[in-house]
Every structure is written in structure tokens, then in C-alpha cells.
Design a protein around this ligand. Structure first.
Ligand SMILES: C[S@@+](CC[C@H](N)C(=O)[O-])C[C@H]1O[C@@H](n2cnc3c(N)ncnc32)[C@H](O)[C@@H]1O
Length: 260
């Protein structure tokens, strides 16, 4: 079941606050403000994350992808992923997935429209997402998908990683694209990591930053497209993009699923 508790900060609402959104509560703002004291670049980092997600989605659409799965979608944010990919393919279909009840409710109320749905799901159980009748009713799983898993894997405990990676890879048709970003131990000062871990320990989503090698392993079975696994802003920046901020605290990449 999707869970939420308005008295406990949530990663989705903290992210919304850092992006300048207004779908957050006092507990989220207080936690985020404390975090900003330890990590003044947190807003820039959140915006760089959003910029990567939108660029990756648009790039997948430009490669011919017309159906998308955005796992850990977060709250509706301007622009939304479906708005960006529909500039390339007006008929693109999108399923937004999250395990936070408020994200699901707000997504369904504010973002869903014909060809766009928001469903409850958990990256710890990708097979459940890929067999959800609402998902299979909208997306054709015999054809490649564009899958976004941006700023979500670092909310997964070590114990859940391998099963999630394997289930997702086995459930997707070859030729699918996977985008991910992940907080990186190798590129972030230890004090920032400690502040981030302390912040998210209070939330419904404790955070685990990982090494470059551990992040790269999440892409086993996929061939990375250029420029590979790089800082968020280094992934195919283009003049005039929304959220062009620089941030090296998380690494990002897109890969194409190989046939086995
Ligand atoms: C930082 S936000 C990322 C938002 C969005 N992906 C983006 O890049 O702009 C992380 C989101 O992942 C969701 N989340 C965390 N763990 C999850 C899980 N195991 N399954 C599904 N969603 C999860 C949170 O509820 C939150 O909405």
C-alpha cells in the first residue's frame, strides 16, 4: 500500500520545496531549510536532477520512443515529463508511478489526462508495476519503453537493489531505454553525504549514497549511450533547456537494454 503521513517529511515534498513548488507542508520546509544550512547547493542539485529527467525523456522521444514509465515520478512539476515528450510525439503515452499516497492523489487530480495515468507502485517490486492491468492497458510491453528512474535508487536499501534491478531488466522489452540518477559517494563531500543521510532518515525514504561502481552496476544488461555515467548537468545539455543548473553530487546516465 502507498503510505503517507503529513507529520513526517517526505522526499517527494522536500524535492518539491527545493524546486520552488508549493505542494509541501511545514514539516517538509523545516527539514529542507535545515538541510540547506548544511548543503547550500541543495536547490541547485534538485533543479539539476529535474533538468536531467526532462532531457533524458525528451532524448528518448527523439529516438522514437512513444511510451514511458516514470518510476518515482514525484509530484506534478512544471513542465511535466508528458508535456516534454508530447512536444516530440503528441500521442506519447505515459504512466507515472510512485509509492507516496499524496503523489498519487495529486498526480491523478492534476496531471492525468487521456494517455497519461498515475498509479501506485514500488521500485522494490518492478514485476508488480509491469503486470498492473492499468499499466498494461496503456503501454504495449512487447515494444520498447522509455523508463525513468531518476533520484529514486538512492532511496532503495541495499537489500532490495539486486531484485529490483533484475526484475526490471527481465520485465522490459529489449531496446527499452533506462535513465537513472543516483547520489554518489565519490563526487560528494563526506559532510554533505552525512547531512543528506540525516535529513532523509527523518523521512519516509531514508537515503543511501553509493559509489560510482555501485551505481554503474545498476546498469548491468544495458549499453550506456554517450556521454556515459556523468554529473547530472553533463548529460547532453542543450541551450534553452529548463533547469540547466550544474550539480556533480549525483551521477546520471541512460542505457539501452540489450537482448539476452
Ligand atoms: C526526489 S523525488 C524524484 C522525482 C522525479 N523522479 C524527478 O526526477 O524529478 C523521489 C520520488 O521517488 C519516490 N519513491 C521513493 N522510493 C520509492 C519506491 N521504492 N518506489 C516508488 N517510488 C519511490 C518518492 O515518493 C518521490 O516521489
Amino acid at each position: 500500500m502507498a503510505s503517507t503521513d503529513a507529520t513526517i517529511p517526505s522526499s517527494a515534498r522536500i524535492y518539491d520545496y527545493l524546486l520552488g513548488g508549493h505542494r509541501n507542508y511545514a514539516v517538509d520546509r523545516e527539514a529542507a531549510e535545515l538541510f540547506l544550512k548544511a548543503f547550500p547547493n541543495a536547490r541547485q542539485s534538485a533543479r539539476a536532477t529535474r533538468g536531467f529527467a526532462l532531457r533524458a525523456a525528451r532524448w528518448m522521444a527523439e529516438q522514437g520512443i512513444t511510451q514511458f514509465l516514470d518510476i518515482g515520478s514525484g509530484l506534478p512539476t512544471e513542465p511535466n515529463v508528458h508535456e516534454v515528450v508530447r512536444q516530440v510525439h503528441p500521442g506519447a503515452r505515459i504512466v507515472y508511478v510512485d509509492n507516496d499516497a499524496i503523489v498519487i492523489a495529486e498526480g491523478q487530480a492534476l496531471r492525468d489526462e487521456p494517455g497519461v495515468i498515475t498509479v501506485e507502485g514500488d521500485l522494490r517490486r518492478p514485476a508488480d508495476i509491469l503486470t498492473n492491468p492499468n499499466v498494461t492497458g496503456l503501454l504495449d510491453l512487447s515494444q520498447p519503453l522509455g523508463v525513468l528512474t531518476v533520484a529514486i535508487w538512492h532511496f532503495m536499501p541495499d537489500t532490495a537493489l539486486e531484485q529490483a534491478q533484475t526484475e526490471l531488466r527481465k520485465g522490459l522489452p529489449p531496446g527499452s531505454y533506462l535513465a537513472l540518477s543516483h547520489g554518489c559517494l565519490d563526487t560528494t563531500p563526506a559532510a554533505t553525504i552525512r547531512a543528506a543521510e540525516a535529513l532523509y532518515k527523518q523521512t519516509t525514504n531514508p537515503l543511501t549514497a553509493r559509489t560510482r561502481a555501485q551505481i554503474a552496476a545498476l546498469m548491468d544488461g544495458y549499453t550506456l549511450v554517450e556521454p556515459g555515467l556523468v554529473g547530472l548537468h553533463e548529460w547532453r545539455p542543450r541551450h534553452g533547456d529548463p533547469y540547466p543548473e550544474q550539480s556533480g553530487e549525483a551521477l546520471a546516465c541512460v542505457g539501452i537494454l540489450r537482448s539476452t
